[in-house]
Design a protein around this ligand. Structure first.
Ligand code: BJ8
Length: 425
């Protein structure tokens, strides 16, 4: 990565040596996992570029935005509505992290049996290696699982700009009212942060921008129904991950460009893997960059991933916000309606998720489901059992995986995944 960024990283307070080490690992992982794939769509070169500059050019762009008075908001959850951030003339970036860092330091603040996603976010803060976190003018936490809820209390002692959003845990009318009240409070907080009043016009425009981004991802997902599949699950996951970092309009354009290419590939029956390769639906916890371990194992074990039932995937992008509202009240209501449908495992009960998994199996013609939970993630580990039962009742093969960010279990996971794939052929 360009040496010119060193002073920018230094000004952000990063630990340059540790950060260099992280970039090296990231670069090597990307090379071995993504660039080693065959038959990739040409359009993926855009995402290769984005990833090569994910701590460079993109951060420089954010810094330029800040110089022009725009605020940067960081978030750990898909419940933080990008529409309200954009309407207040700010930029939203994802902060979840997918790699272990300074674990000894992290475990002084968090119990060992905390999920890797939370620990990793702390590691990136304590190790001073995340330019997104350091450039954020506001960091939004949310009361979702117990791990996150309690971790934000500790994070609040490490950062000066944490805002915690309360979220419902039940899909009831009271639950919806709580979400509405919290989105109203967040709207006020955004206006206070930026000094910009959100108007019906700016909100409508923001809704359209975010809908366009989600629609592009819907288009990409739909193309994965084809046999042979025109894009690998790894590359599709990457697009879903970049969704959280990139400039929204540029992202939309780039994904649509890839879709044009994939449509041609489908016409020509050109796939990344041979026709009739076993098709896997991946379901469970979100996968943040650079957590590519399991998808890489699956796609080097004779199968292709055709969909992600995950917040970095279809759970996060499934629904669009109704664009017909004209007044602020109508639009706020549409936003609440849209987000209230997100079926995160923190909700109880959560039957929609089970239905969506079955629906996705049919839509993407999956031969089997791999359910992925991070170790110590109670919501998704608990739900993995009813998910397995429901799918097995429909004669859909399921493999339940529980893992973390370390590479220690790669051999063991590969053996289990290969045996599962074998059973699908
Ligand atoms: S809406 S899935 S992005 S909360 S893996 S930290 S659940 S113990 S990430 Fe999530 Fe929002 Fe829900 Fe989606 Fe807790 Fe589990 Fe860790 Fe998790």
């Amino acid at each position: 990565m360009n040496n010119n960024y060193q002073s920018m990283w230094k000004n952000l307070g990063l630990d340059l040596n540790a950060h260099d080490a992280l970039l090296q690992v990231l670069g090597k992982g990307y090379q071995d996992i993504f660039l080693a794939q065959n038959n990739r769509p040409e359009g993926m070169s855009y995402f290769d570029f984005v990833m090569s500059e994910v701590h460079g050019l993109r951060i420089k762009e954010l810094m330029d935005e800040k110089d022009q008075g725009r605020k940067i908001v960081g978030s750990y959850c898909v419940f933080v509505p990008e529409e309200l951030v954009l309407a207040a003339n700010a930029t939203l970036v994802g902060l979840c992290s997918g790699a272990d860092f300074v674990m000894e330091e992290v475990e002084k603040l968090l119990p060992r049996n905390t999920c890797a996603l939370i620990k990793s976010s702390f590691g990136f803060k304590l190790g001073k290696v995340c330019p997104y976190l350091e450039s954020a003018d506001m960091i939004v936490g949310e009361n979702t699982c117990d791990g996150k809820k309690k971790a934000y209390e500790t994070l609040n002692t490490l950062v000066k700009n944490l805002y915690v959003m309360d979220l419902p845990q039940v899909k009831s009318e009271q639950g919806k009212s709580l979400l509405k009240a919290e989105y109203d409070r967040f709207k006020n907080a955004m206006e206070k942060l930026t000094g910009v009043s959100i108007t019906a016009e700016s909100l409508k425009q923001a809704i359209q921008i975010v809908n366009a981004k989600r629609s592009a991802i819907h288009r990409l997902s739909a193309l994965r129904k084809a046999n042979p599949v025109p894009i690998s699950g790894l590359d599709a996951l990457l697009a879903n991950q970049v969704f959280f970092y990139d400039n929204p309009a540029r992202f939309t354009e780039s994904v649509n460009k890839i879709c044009d290419e994939l449509e041609k590939r489908i016409e020509e029956k050109q796939g990344v893997f041979p026709e009739n390769t076993p098709r896997i639906l991946l379901s469970g916890c979100p996968m943040a960059v650079p957590n590519w371990k399991l998808p890489w194992i699956i796609e080097t074990s004779g199968a292709v991933i055709v969909g992600e039932e995950s917040c970095v995937g279809e759970r996060g992008t499934r629904n669009l916000t109704d664009e017909s509202g004209q007044t602020m009240d109508e639009m706020m209501k549409s936003i609440v309606n849209r987000y209230f449908k997100v079926d995160c495992a923190i909700f109880s009960p959560n039957p929609d998720r089970l239905n969506h998994i079955s629906e996705m199996v049919e839509t993407y013609k999956a031969d089997g489901v791999i359910h992925y939970s991070l170790q110590f993630c109670q919501p998704y580990l608990m739900e993995s059992i009813p998910v397995e039962t429901a799918l097995e009742n429909k004669n859909i093969p399921v493999l339940r995986i529980e893992t973390d960010y370390s590479m220690e279990d790669v051999g063991q996971l590969k053996t289990r995944v290969e045996a599962f794939v074998e059973q699908l052929t």
